[in-house]
Structures are given as C-alpha cells and as structure tokens.
Design a protein around this ligand. Structure first.
Ligand code: HEM
Length: 157
C-alpha cells in the first residue's frame, strides 16, 4: 500500500531541517564573531553566551530530522538514489558534516566553556587556538552544506 503525499511530506521535512541546521550554523558563526569582539574588550556578554548555548540543540534537531527524512525518502524509493553518483558523493559529505560537528565543533565548544568557567575574559594562546579552530569549523560546515545542496539539486550522474 502506498500512502499518498508521503514522499513530498518527507521532502518538505528534509528541506525544513536543512534550513534549521544550515541556518543555525550561520547564526552560530555570526554570534561567535560578536562574542570574540566583546572578549577582546575584556567583556563577558552573558546574554549572548546563553543564547549560543542553545544553538547546538537546535542544530541537533535539524540534523536528526535531515537524516530521518532522508532515510524515509530512500525507503520510499527503494534505495534507487543510492546507485547514483551524486548521492554517493553527497553521503560521504554528510558523514564529513557529522564528523566535523562531533570532533571539531562540539570539542572546541566544550574547551571554550571550560576556559570561561575558570577565569577572567582574557585572551590566551589557548583561546586563540579555539577561535581559529571554531572559525575553520564554521566555514568548512557552510561550504559542505553548499556543496551538498549543489549535488542534491543538480543530481549529476
Ligand atoms: C547535511 C545533510 C543534507 C542536506 C544539506 C541535504 C539537502 C538536500 C537537498 C537540498 C535536496 C534537494 C531537494 C529537491 O531536489 O527538491 C535533497 C534531496 C534528497 N536527499 Fe538530502 N540532504 C542531506 C542529507 C540527506 C541524507 C542523510 C539522506 C539519506 C539518508 C538524504 C536523502 C535525500 C534524497 C533521497 C533526496 C532526493 C529527493 C528528490 O529530489 O526526489 N539527504 N537533500
């Protein structure tokens, strides 16, 4: 039995989740830029920090929804996309997005939180390293999203 509109519903969820995850990454990037500016002036922007602490959860919900709606579409099409080149490359890039998020983004965020918990808002060598790593993390995530969207829309085979 096929349920009408199930595929377009999954696609709609997929695109909504994409907006949620990529949008949150961009907002996080902009928020960090403001945070570092305040930090350079030895200020501690508490409202900004508490807003930023909520973003990983929103991005996580987006990621889960992207994966589940994607798997849903694969199941509904009996895995036909899995044989196409664009999808194989896309899948590899999705894995990179997940690894980058877990191994770089989350780790650096936890490191920064620890430094903030222990002392005054002063720039140290470690803070500079965290800043550079987070900058690289955000830019690489945004580039990966752009490339995944490009592949998904053009569907080269
Ligand atoms: C960062 C993660 C992802 C992003 C940014 C993303 C983005 C997109 C975009 C922009 C489309 C094009 C929709 C259209 O043509 O109207 C699409 C389609 C699709 N995605 Fe994803 N996706 C992601 C993850 C996944 C995953 C993990 C799966 C499967 C396990 C998946 C399966 C699919 C399928 C099967 C389609 C084709 C639907 C169609 O056009 O008929 N996606 N995705």
């Amino acid at each position: 039995m096929t349920i009408p509109y199930l595929f377009p519903t999954c696609l709609m969820l997929h695109l909504t989740a994409l907006v949620l995850m990529a949008g949150t990454t961009l907002v996080d990037y902009i928020a960090y830029a403001s945070f570092w500016k305040s930090f350079e002036q030895q200020e501690r922007p508490t409202a900004l920090i508490s807003m930023m602490a909520k973003l990983p959860r929103v991005a996580g919900i987006g990621a889960a929804l992207l994966i589940f709606s994607g798997i849903g579409m694969m199941a509904l099409t009996h895995g036909v996309f899995g044989e196409q080149l664009w999808f194989r490359i896309k899948f590899g890039l999705v894995i990179l997005v997940i690894l980058n998020s877990l191994l770089v983004g989350r780790r650096q965020g936890v490191k920064l939180q620890k430094v903030l918990d222990t002392g005054k808002p002063v720039f140290t060598g470690e803070m500079n390293r965290i800043r550079t790593n987070l900058n690289r993390f955000h830019l690489s995530q945004l580039l990966l999203f752009l490339f995944i969207i490009f592949l998904s829309v053009f569907k080269f085979n």
